[in-house]
Design a binder for this molecule. Structure first.
Ligand SMILES: *[C@@H]1O[C@H](CO)[C@@H](O)[C@H](O)[C@H]1NC(C)=O
Ligand SMILES: *[C@@H]1O[C@H](CO)[C@@H](O)[C@H](O)[C@H]1NC(C)=O
Ligand SMILES: *[C@@H]1O[C@H](CO)[C@@H](O)[C@H](O)[C@H]1NC(C)=O
Ligand SMILES: *[C@@H]1O[C@H](CO)[C@@H](O)[C@H](O)[C@H]1NC(C)=O
Ligand SMILES: *[C@@H]1O[C@H](CO)[C@@H](O)[C@H](O)[C@H]1NC(C)=O
Length: 448
């Protein structure tokens, strides 16, 4: 299965994180909402600006694909998006098109970019080329975020990214974008956050809470006066409390108005959580769960408890997202065996689909779909919404730091910044503005 490979992924992650200058990222926060930024004086395309949904929990439209794919034409010259995409437009499904004149939302000078992800500064040969591709959903255009507009609309709000280093990559992209509109920021670490910025002119806070499994975990060793696990022969491993959030984000649901959660990469990681030598041992209400569960079963339990934990604490006006798994693109071998990502262009859809296919023999990158099965199961019946960035990202084998990160091994897991995670944030911002608008009209409708 993909587990062997994912563990390497984990090690790569650890390797990269271990060399971080600890406070390198301590500056923060700008939502950059530039989709209106480049619109010309004559906004001739007020595309699909209606809002058909009437509940904040309406999911991104599912009735995509109603347009014929090949009849779609994209105007690379103009970006005069007059409004938000139609609620029924499925932003997750589309293709990458060239738009040579598109400016990135920020440049390599943003201090929140971890240096290993700064492909422009690290002279990655295609670093500029990466930025010429624009995500074009089949049914609508995805506007680039307008940071000024976003700051205005979300003033006095707090937004938390909770998850592993891929969510940190997304956080960095987000604050770099917002900083283009407002530089007056305060760095701090609210509610257990690893880093956060408040945009003082708008009283908008954006934070990153670091957590790998969401649940609390730590090393476990057998005791002499042994209990159930000792009787089963376990000597050491990792205790994972499926019903206890890690302290780094436990206060986040009460603090933030918007949460963007992820977990995934660390669950298939036998080099840390070795099934034999250091297995994950799941605990509930302080007691070991017997019989012992597999990591995949553990993930389901953790998601169930953590999503419930959050729902009980978030304000009724809050918005909760579970981000889908970010794909890796190691080619030829795995990350520590010389696997590479030297592509110069996005993959063809067919190629990407086979790379990540769960059927047949799962490849080293099948982890994406594997994780997503658990995530989509977990949100059923909750008010969480999936932020589905998997497919669009799966095409971008060209957009990882690769060797430019200056490491022994290529980084085909994180993303160059500016880069693909800017698109994730464009989607997030569209969704937030849609939800805000829908909630506001709900309030009007109900006579408040
Ligand atoms: C971005 O939003 C601001 C605030 O609403 C607006 O004044 C500005 O024109 C927008 N920028 C672009 C390029 O559309
Ligand atoms: C949104 O798109 C759907 C399907 O394409 C269409 O039926 C609907 O009329 C559109 N709504 C608005 C307000 O434009
Ligand atoms: C994400 O979006 C892609 C493209 O629309 C779709 O094929 C996939 O099933 C979605 N994944 C999940 C978990 O919803
Ligand atoms: C990138 O290229 C510039 C200009 O040639 C050079 O000054 C700089 O040191 C290079 N950066 C790295 C990380 O190699
Ligand atoms: C800033 O926003 C927070 C909520 O995010 C609010 O509690 C606080 O009162 C606001 N401060 C000011 C000065 O408006």
């Amino acid at each position: 299965m993909a587990s062997r490979d994912s563990s390497r992924n984990l090690q790569q992650l650890q390797g990269i994180l271990s060399v971080l200058p600890p406070f390198f990222f301590a500056c923060v926060a700008l939502w950059f909402f530039s989709f209106l930024v480049q619109h010309s004086a004559s906004p001739r395309q007020h595309l699909e600006s209606g809002y058909s949904g009437n509940r904040p929990s309406d999911r991104l439209g599912t009735n995509a694909w109603s347009l014929k794919r090949n009849s779609e034409s994209y105007e690379t010259e103009s970006e005069d998006f007059g409004g938000l995409p139609n609620l029924s437009c499925d932003l997750s499904s589309g293709r990458w098109v060239r738009a040579k004149r598109r400016k990135p939302s920020y440049d390599d000078g943003c201090r929140d970019i971890f240096k290993g992800w700064n492909c422009l500064r690290n002279n990655k040969s295609n670093a500029r080329d990466i930025l010429t591709w624009v995500w074009k959903p089949w049914q609508c255009n995805l506007p680039k975020m307008n940071a000024t507009l976003f700051l205005e609309r979300f003033k006095n709000k707090r937004i938390g990214f909770v998850g592993d280093s891929l969510n940190r990559n997304m956080y960095a992209s987000f604050v770099c974008s917002l900083k283009q509109a407002s530089q007056n920021v305060r760095k701090w670490r609210p509610a257990g956050a690893d880093k956060a910025l408040t945009f003082l002119d708008y009283n908008l806070t954006v934070a990153y809470h670091r957590t790998n499994l969401l649940a609390r975990y730590g090393e476990w060793e057998a005791k002499d006066d042994g209990g159930a696990l000792e009787k089963l022969g376990f000597v050491k491993g990792y205790r994972v409390d499926v019903d206890v959030p890690q302290s780094t984000w436990a206060e986040a649901p009460l603090f933030h108005d918007v949460l963007v959660l992820n977990t995934g990469h660390w669950w298939w990681a036998p080099e840390k959580f070795d099934p034999e030598k250091s297995p994950m041992l799941f605990f509930k209400r302080g007691e070991p769960i017997i019989p012992v569960k597999s990591p995949e079963e553990g993930l389901d339990m953790v998601l169930k408890y953590m999503l419930t934990y959050i729902e009980r604490r978030m304000s009724a006006q809050g918005f909760m997202f579970l981000r889908t798994q970010s794909p890796r693109h190691f080619e030829g071998a795995d990350w520590n065996e010389g696997g590479t990502c030297h592509r110069r262009k996005p993959l063809e859809e067919k190629e990407a689909v086979s790379w990540f296919s769960l059927s047949k023999r799962p490849g080293p990158n099948a982890e994406m779909n594997q994780a997503n099965l658990h995530l989509s199961k977990a949100i059923r019946g909750t008010s969480f919404e999936l932020l589905n960035i998997s497919f669009l990202s799966s095409l971008r084998a060209d957009a990882h730091p690769s060797l430019s990160a200056g490491k022994l091994h290529e980084d085909c897991m994180h993303w160059c910044l500016p880069g693909v995670t800017d698109t994730w944030n464009d989607m997030l911002v569209v969704r937030l503005l849609q939800l805000q608008k829908v909630s506001a009209s709900d309030v009007e409708d109900s006579g408040f």
